[in-house]
Design a protein around this ligand. Structure first.
Ligand code: FES
Length: 110
């Protein structure tokens, strides 16, 4: 049976079964899960960001492009980019809503 991790999006009470071969962004887009993106997955807009609540070891390693876009402090606070991250095992996250204003990056600790 293929590995099919589950991403629990806690703030939406939604569980998404994902294919680890694809980024979280692409998994969401393929399943019509609302997610913000302006750059189409190039780690440029930061709109696809999410915060890990539990199970960060189940995610692919942080990429340099995520550090460049989000900064070390936000990465340390659990923020990642959906377009740069693959889920390898089950994980619990918070994903900003499609209507949430995301012009500014969140402050560490928020
Ligand atoms: S989609 Fe733009 S940074 Fe991920």
């Amino acid at each position: 049976m293929p590995n099919q991790p589950q991403v629990f999006i806690a703030n939406r009470s939604l569980t998404v079964t994902v294919n680890p071969a694809f980024s979280l962004l692409n998994n969401y887009l393929m399943q019509n899960i609302p997610i913000q993106t302006l750059c189409g997955g190039k780690a440029a807009c930061g709109r696809c960001r999410f915060r890990v609540i539990d199970g960060d070891s189940g995610l692919s390693p942080v990429r340099p492009a995520e550090i460049a876009r989000l900064g070390e402090a936000l990465i340390s606070a659990g923020w990642r980019l959906s377009c740069q991250t693959h889920a390898l095992r089950n994980v619990t996250i918070e994903l900003p809503g499609i209507d949430e204003k995301l012009d500014d990056l969140p402050q560490p600790g928020s």
